[in-house]
Structure formats: structure tokens, C-alpha cells
Design a protein around this ligand. Sequence first.
Ligand code: ARG
Length: 235
Amino acid sequence: SGSGSASEDGTKKIVGGTEATFAPFESMDDNGNIVGIDVDVLDAISEEMGFEYELKNVGWEPVFSQITTGELDFGAAGITITDKRKETYDFTDPYFEATLMIVVPEDNTDITSIEDLEDKKVAVQINSTSHVAAQKVLGQTNPNILAYESQPIAYQEVINGAADAAIGDNTVIMEYLKNNPDAPIKTIEDDSFEKEYYGLMVKKGNEEVLNMLNDGLKKIKENGKLAEITGQEIE
Ligand code: ARG
């Protein structure tokens, strides 16, 4: 693997990483294949640009560390473009707009905003934007922040009573509720959550891979394929 490798016929091949418990962006199907919006976006980009790619389900934190070490060329995992991450990584233009949401037990009445989480046990995906949002309200090292490798685990902790609330990405929470209609949880929106934009991520300075991805992304924005895949228009 690694940037610059070529497949047998000489076509450029790049290797990406993801964490595939994040439907509708990436999840494992019954045949063990990674499926979802991120895969459809990568298929469309690679087809436009004429390169090959492989996407590996390495786990959330390894996406970041393995891009740093060069084991992976890029990350495609519903990754929010943040200023902090931009210190170490480069991102394509955004391909999806999202925001955060709160999940609480169905019968909860005292949590109506992020501020109400201050003295609560809050489940999040580790080092995600939800984790940062929880730290803002509860404090950086508050043991009441319960951090897990995957976002559905955080929702399950609310269902089984280990956490009072979870914070997660809106589209993913809504998909989880669609797939688990009997889950005894409900969602709370809070306008103070800012808009988030997902991008494909490479190691800082890896212009070769960044340009392949970004040029392809520009093309599928222009020809309408991206909107077809995501169901939303984005600049
Ligand atoms: N958008 C959030 C972030 O970037 C969560 C992404 C989680 N992605 C995943 N595939 N588990 O922090």
C-alpha cells in the first residue's frame, strides 16, 4: 500500500481507511463489503479520474494514525473538516453538510439542550466532534464523558442506561432510528451546534492524492452525481 503504488495494469491505486459502523456513510453489508455514501462518492470520484482505490475498515482512531504513518493514503469516514485537524491533515472540499444531535431516553424530560448535559453522563465517539462538544460543556477531562470507538455504541449506552445522553452526527442518528425503530430513545436538536462539513482527508502536504480526490469531487459536483448520491446540494 502507500501513495504511489500501481496496480498490475499500471493504473494508479490508493488505499483509504474508514470505521464502518457509521451508516449511511459506511457500514458492512451481509457479504462483508463496506457500503454507503462514502463508498458511492469514492466510486464516482475514482471513475471520473481513472484511478483505483481500496477502502479498509481499520477503526476510527487508526484512520488518523495510519494516515500519519503513511500506511493509508486517505480517510473516508464522514470526517468533519475542523481547524484542529487541519493542523495535521489536508481535506478536500466538503461533500456533505451535517450537524450534531443529542440522544436521550424516550421518557426523559429534563434534557432539552446541550447545557443540560453539564452534570450528566454523556456517551460519545472518542476524538469525534461530539467528544469535543461534550468536553466544551462538561470540561476536558470529566469522567462523566464516556468515550467509545464507535457512535452506535454510544447510542446503545443510552438505551441500556449506562449513559444519560449521547451526542452524535444527525444523519447517522436518524439512520440508526430508522433501522432500530423500537429503540427507546429520542433526539434533541440544539441550534448552538454549528454546521459541520465532511471532507476526504489526507496527510498534510500529500498534494498528489489530495488533488486526485478533489479534482474528482469537483467533477461530480458539477455533473450532479454527488447530489444524486447524497440527496443534498453543497457548494
Ligand atoms: N463527523 C464526526 C467527526 O468527524 C464523526 C465521524 C465518525 N466517523 C465514523 N466513520 N465513525 O468527528
